[in-house]
Design a protein around this ligand. Structure first.
Ligand code: GAL
Length: 405
């Protein structure tokens, strides 16, 4: 057939393909409605295709913000090499603003701690190749009661944030007058989109109204739990509460079991290794919550594990979950791109134990032969059949990527 001729079968194929594309578009619009349109715009901005990575002030510096601190954190993010591993957002939490708005109703940065203002701060963070996040509240006051909330000021505040060059908003839920979260959080979502600036939108509604079921059309991540504390009990319970919603996460919108406590001193190194491994596997936001200016080597080693970060940032974006539990011995697992499988063998008991994951637990064919990469020892066990088995210390975990032959 000459190149400039088109055969009848090819013509028919093209007609069918084009009409199928039209039907698909109509189905999408019908299914997702107005919210779907918003979601597509958020996705068009390219945000949240993988879970967000960065730092937030709250876990280590609640209400102890300053311009100098944020400068130094941004400097440390770069000088430690963490930014090169993907940690990009420097996020201010509660307490950055004056209690009163100005005469035009604008939010005002607290002059005693941010004398140069937010635009200058954003410029500084941007000059380091990083992005800057801010915090606001979908009620009348923030949780600390030291700054105003954004309820009924959504457009104005979103425009203020955009004018400062803000890249990320965490939107909290205190003092909300009992109004519906769907409405309050949608209003800010629309306001952010209307600014025309791509602003990552992180809903912090504490999982109260099951946001996993509605927030993916509004924002890029949603908290599934109340606040984490720097303890084993708090961390493990956040992991379990978040796990229930695994099927709702995916590129563009992530379940958020709260920020990392690694490096804050309340857990052992093995407990922090478990914390970081499970957050990575569960495609949770990796928002550092320690003082990265002075972290010790062990903390840095945990937070900078490239192979673990790669599981979190895998392009398939499937949240790994708990697939087997025998007492407090657990297997967590999820699919990765290229038919690989991520696995965490997690010993939540208080003494050493052997944990076994059978291929059937991991969704692998019974005849599969795999190479298992141990992401913490950086070594590979070749050609394993039937099951993955390891002895794991108390409160510790082993984390693997399995590649079938
Ligand atoms: C809580 C929120 C925390 C932190 C705190 C600030 O509601 O869950 O992550 O932002 O408010 O006051």
């Amino acid at each position: 057939m000459a190149h400039d001729q088109i055969s009848i079968p090819l013509l028919l194929f093209l007609i069918c393909t084009l009409s199928a594309a039209t039907v698909n578009h109509a189905t999408l619009t019908g299914k997702f409605g107005e919210n779907g349109a918003m979601k597509r715009k958020l996705l068009d901005n390219g945000l949240g295709q993988t879970p967000q990575m960065g730092w937030n002030s709250y876990n280590h510096f609640p209400c102890k913000l300053s311009e100098e601190l944020i400068h130094q954190i941004a400097d440390a993010m770069v000088s430690t090499g963490l930014s090169a591993l993907g940690y990009e957002y420097i996020n201010l939490d509660d307490c950055w603003a004056e209690l009163n708005r100005d005469s035009k109703g604008n939010l005002v940065p607290k002059a005693s701690i941010f004398p140069s203002g937010m635009k200058a701060l954003a410029n500084y963070v941007h000059s380091k190749g990083l992005k800057i996040g801010i915090y606001a509240d979908a009620g009348t006051l923030t949780c600390s009661k030291t700054m105003p909330g954004s309820l009924n000021y959504e457009e104005q505040d979103a425009n203020t944030f955009a004018s400062w060059g803000i890249d990320y908003l965490k939107y909290d839920n205190c003092h909300n007058n009992g109004l519906s979260p769907q409405e309050r959080y949608s209003n800010m979502s629309k306001a952010l989109l209307n600014t025309g600036r791509p602003i990552f939108y992180s809903l912090c509604e504490w999982g109260q109204d099951n946001p996993a079921t509605w927030a993916s059309s509004i924002g890029n991540s949603w908290r599934t739990t109340g606040d984490i504390k720097d303890t084993w009990e708090s961390m493990t319970s956040r992991a379990d509460l978040n796990d229930v919603w695994a099927s709702y996460a995916g590129p563009g919108g992530w379940n958020d079991p709260d920020m990392l406590e690694v490096g804050n001193g309340g857990m052992s190194t093995e407990e922090y290794r478990s914390h970081f491994s499970i957050w990575a596997l569960a495609k949770a936001p990796l928002l550092l919550g320690c003082d990265i200016r002075s972290m010790d080597n062990e903390t840095f080693e945990l937070l900078s594990n490239k192979e673990v970060i790669e599981v979190n940032q895998d392009k398939l974006g499937a949240q790994g979950k708990k697939v087997k539990k025998t007492g407090d011995l657990e297997v967590w697992s999820g699919p990765l791109s290229d038919n690989r499988v991520a696995v965490v063998l997690w010993n939540r008991e208080s003494s050493e134990a052997t944990i076994i994951a059978d291929w059937s637990d991991l969704g692998l064919n019974s005849s599969a032969v795999v190479d298992a990469r141990d992401l913490w020892t950086h070594s590979t066990i070749y050609s394993i059949r039937d099951q993955l088995k390891a002895t794991v210390e108390a409160h510790a975990c082993k984390m693997y990527v399995l590649t079938p032959h």
